[in-house]
Each structure stands twice: as C-alpha cells, then as structure tokens.
Design a protein around this ligand. Structure first.
Ligand SMILES: Cc1cc2nc3c(=O)[nH]c(=O)nc-3n(C[C@H](O)[C@H](O)[C@H](O)COP(=O)(O)OP(=O)(O)OC[C@H]3O[C@@H](n4cnc5c(N)ncnc54)[C@H](O)[C@@H]3O)c2cc1C
Length: 399
C-alpha cells in the first residue's frame, strides 16, 4: 500500500471514530462553508466545537501548516485526501474563514517569525476571526490607489481613513489592511500590509444595509489608530507584493469553494427540472433546456477534475496569477447554473416572499441574486481577465 493510500485509510478511520454523526451529510466541505470561529461568534452546537477540537489536536484544521504553528505539516497531496474524505462524508471543514483562506497562508509566506507564532495557532484553533481591509471608496478595481494613511510615530503607525465593503468586520477580531505609507512614490510602491486588532481604540465598523435585508458588508473607519510597527507583514512600502499574494489565495479559494457549492452540478438542475418541467419517456420534454443542462453538467464535471488536479499538483505555497482563471471560471459557471435554474423554474424562481413560493424557491432566488456578487468580490471578472492576459499569457498591453 502506498503512503497516500495508507494515509487515506488512516483518515477514514479517524473520521469514522471522531466525526460527530450530527454533522455528517451537512456540508460541501469548502473553505468558506462551516464554523467561522472568533471571539464574537454566537453560541453553536457543541458538536461543532467538538469537531473543531478533535481536528485541531491532529493538526487537521490547517493540515498543510507546519506543526509549530498549529498545523499537521502535511503535503498538499495528503491535505487533498483529507478534504476529499471529509467531502465524501458531507462533513464541514472544522473551522473556515479568511484566516485559513487568506491571511494564514500569506503569513506563512511573508510574516515574521513573531507574527507567525502569534497568529497562526489562534487561527488554527478558530479563536480569532479575520476580515479584509482592502477596498476603499476610491480604490476597488484600482486597488493600488488606496489612500488610508499610516504615519510613523516611533514604534507605531497612526492609521487614518476608511475601508469599505469589509465583509463581516462587525464579527471579526482582527483585520488585515493595505495602507498608504508613502504618497510621493509610484502608487504601488508606497503601500504597506499591516495587521490591526479590531479592539484598538479608533477602529469603528458600521453595517451597510442592503435591500435584501441581509448584508455581510461594513464600512470600517480608522481614526488615529495606533498600530505597532511589528504588525507589518513583509517590508514597509512593499505591501503591494504581499497584498497580491493574498489575493491569489483568495481567488483560488473562491474558485474551489464555488466550484463545489451546494446546488452545483447536473443532478440539482435535473431535480429542479423534475419539479418544474414537463417530462416524457424519462426525459425533459424541452430539448433546448435538456441540452443546456447536459452541457453545463459536462463543463462542471471537467472543472471539478481541474480543481482536484490543481489541489494535488500545486507545488509552491502560492497559487499565483493562474488563480484568476479558477475564479473567473467558477464564478461565471455558477451564474450560468443559476440562470439555467431560473429558466427551468420560470416565475417560481423569482419569489422573494409570500404565499405561492416554498422554501426551495425562496432560497433559490436569494442564491441566484448572490451569484451576481461572485464575479465582483475578490476582484471583478474584467480585472481577472486583465491579469490572465498580462501575467499568465504575457499578452502585450493595448495602448
Ligand atoms: C460580496 C462582496 C464581498 C466583498 N468583501 C470585501 C471585503 O471583505 N474586503 C474588501 O476590501 N473588499 C470587499 N469587496 C469589494 C470588492 O473587492 C470590490 O467590489 C471589487 O474589487 C470591485 O471594486 P468596486 O466595487 O470599487 O468597483 P469598480 O472598481 O468601481 O468597478 C466598476 C466596474 O468597472 C469595471 N472596471 C474597473 N476597472 C476596470 C479596468 N481597468 N478594466 C476593465 N473593467 C474595469 C469593473 O470590472 C466593474 O465592472 C467585496 C465585494 C463583494 C461584492
């Protein structure tokens, strides 16, 4: 038996013994599906915490991280097996969120030893939840235009400015930010990547309400916020490189989580077609919709295989600019899937509330609308295409 086969057996035995029965079959096991942890988390089912603890003991909350930082020191191939087996049992990852998907791997690449030892074990234990302070009112796609100022005062920086679209800032304990430390340099060269405790005086997250009534968004204001210089990740004024590396992790994780979201795949669309469309002789009568479902099913299947290959083969820690491909394909496939689901459900797919719509219909409408945001968050599809053209394909810029 090969080492990987032996590891698979070991994982199966571990899951069989320790995975709470109540959590089996409940989750697609993606990097954003499950318990987000942090000090502000409302009370959860004790099984969720038991699951987190038993996995943390084995280093399985962050399996590829070195043991000294709370991981299991596994190779990516071994970690891929762990997630595959959890997925096969429908188990959620034990703890999820931006700590694992973004700042953790970035700290491993660029953080000082002190920062790694301070933050990584807390992420791995689910103690600290992180949010992302990148976007500003004048810096979205043009992220290098960030204006939030950080002025040096001895061993501290003093932060002043505003971030926007900070998802879940009100529920987070720490925020990672891109700040302007040099206004006279070329804009990419005067940015610093810094970690800020949300409890620091002067940090104020404010909820942004959306018409849907449910919103992850906050604006986050910084007024004379004193942050130790030792919280800088990488070098002062060189945060653009660190910030881009983090985005590659974010995009790869969006790609893999959306590529495997519930509701994905041909089976769900066929189930939907059973509820809403006419069938004859075991087939959907509408030949056009039938063909579109089959085609999307094949593309999604191929994409799943690509995700598996990427997860197993990636050698270096950072997924690089190619992560933009995963992000574009996954998010646009998801939108296509929901458009098709909508065509299948007709008016039943447009319900927002009231009689005449069941829980599935209402959930569908919300997910369909949410899918519109997937091609914006983490950088819009237009920006991803620019990155793919320039960084991956090396195409010349059109002047
Ligand atoms: C659900 C969700 C969660 C988010 N969470 C966070 C978060 O936690 N933290 C955070 O910092 N940010 C977050 N964001 C913000 C997100 O990163 C920005 O919305 C995104 O980068 C786009 O910026 P913008 O909204 O300012 O749009 P703009 O930059 O104003 O773009 C508007 C339009 O112009 C297009 N465009 C702009 N420039 C170009 C160009 N050069 N070439 C071609 N087209 C272009 C864009 O593609 C877009 O269609 C979130 C966004 C969403 C939707």
């Amino acid at each position: 038996m090969s080492d990987l086969e032996a590891f698979r057996e070991e994982v199966r035995a571990f899951l069989e013994e320790h995975a709470p029965k109540s959590l089996r079959g409940t989750s697609p096991c993606g990097p954003f599906d499950g318990y987000w942890g942090g000090k502000k988390h409302p009370p959860v089912d004790p099984d969720v915490l038991r699951w987190r603890d038993v996995c943390y003991e084995r280093g399985f909350t962050a399996p590829t991280w070195p043991r000294e930082y709370g991981g299991a020191g596994l190779s990516r191939k071994h970690a891929a097996i762990l997630w595959e087996e959890m997925r096969a049992m429908g188990l959620p990852r034990p703890v999820v969120g931006f700590g694992f998907a973004m700042i953790g791997p970035t700290l491993l690449e660029y953080g000082s030893e002190e920062l790694k030892r301070e933050h990584l074990p807390k992420i791995a234990r689910g103690e600290i939840r992180w949010c992302q302070g990148y976007s500003e009112p004048g810096a979205g796609s043009d992220l290098a235009n960030v204006q939030m100022r950080a002025e040096r005062d001895g061993d501290h920086f003093i932060l002043n400015g505003q971030k926007i679209w900070t998802s879940h800032a009100d529920k987070s304990d720490w925020i990672f930010c891109l700040v302007r430390t040099n206004s006279s340099a070329k804009k990419q060269q005067g940015i610093t990547f810094i970690l800020v405790d949300m409890e620091t005086p002067g940090v104020t997250p404010r909820k942004i309400d959306l018409i849907s009534g449910s919103s992850p968004f906050c604006e986050t204001f910084f007024e004379n916020v004193r942050v130790p210089v030792r919280n800088v990740v990488g070098e002062i004024d060189k945060g653009w490189t660190v910030g881009k590396a983090l985005l590659a992790h974010e995009r790869a994780n969006i790609g893999s989580s959306i590529g495997r979201m519930p509701g994905s795949g041909q089976r769900e669309l066929v189930d939907r077609a059973r509820r809403h469309l006419a069938w004859s002789e075991g087939k959907i009568e509408d030949a056009v919709l039938r063909e579109q479902i089959a085609e999307l099913g094949m593309i999604e299947e191929a994409f799943q295989l690509t995700l598996d290959r990427v997860a197993q083969k990636a050698q270096s820690g950072n997924p690089g600019s190619e992560s933009s491909i995963l992000k574009v394909v996954a998010t646009e496939l998801k939108q296509r899937r929901y458009e098709l689901g909508q065509a299948i459900g007709g008016l039943q797919s447009l319900g927002w509330e009231g009689p005449g719509f069941d829980a599935d219909d209402l959930a569908f409408t919300r997910e369909w609308l949410r899918s519109r945001a997937n091609t914006i968050e983490g950088g819009s599809s237009e920006i991803q295409r620019n990155i793919i053209a320039k960084q991956v394909l090396g195409l010349p810029e059109v002047k």
